[in-house]
Write a protein that binds this ligand. Structure first.
Ligand code: FES
Length: 127
């Protein structure tokens, strides 16, 4: 197949459309994990329907979650429980999951996006 300028543009537009469609939020009530599988103080890694990695936290008061892709340039953050921070290995931005994903250290300037979760019938679900 010969790749013309027009076909290359068409493929690029299709890629953009696919990525936009892939960014749709997952359906509410989608089960993530049984609540009993996560101890208080523990985390649970899962993936959103668009493929984005996410991390669920269980505390004494409930559950909350974030997408874990760094808001700077898309690095994969990792949770360090001893420091209670999500840290990006690319440029060392860090985020506080107990303060709504706030940036603790740059170069990122935006908090991690929250993932709305709830507890329903013994399951943690997308809210
Ligand atoms: S990509 Fe995460 S700090 Fe730059």
């Amino acid at each position: 197949m010969k790749l013309t300028r027009r076909s290359a543009l068409r493929m690029a537009l299709a890629g953009v459309a696919a990525s936009l469609l892939g960014a749709r939020p997952a359906a509410a009530n989608t089960r993530i994990v049984r609540l009993t599988r996560i101890k208080v103080g523990a985390t649970f890694a899962f993936q959103l329907s668009n493929g984005a990695p996410a991390l669920l936290f269980r505390t004494k008061t409930g559950v909350f979650a974030y997408q874990t892709i760094c808001t700077h340039q898309g690095g994969a953050t990792k949770y360090f429980s001893a420091r209670k921070l999500l840290v990006c290995p690319v440029h060392n931005a860090s985020f506080d999951p107990f303060k709504k994903g706030a940036v603790v250290a740059g170069p990122a300037t935006n908090p991690l996006p929250t993932v709305k979760v709830a507890i329903k019938s013994g399951w943690v679900v997308l809210a």
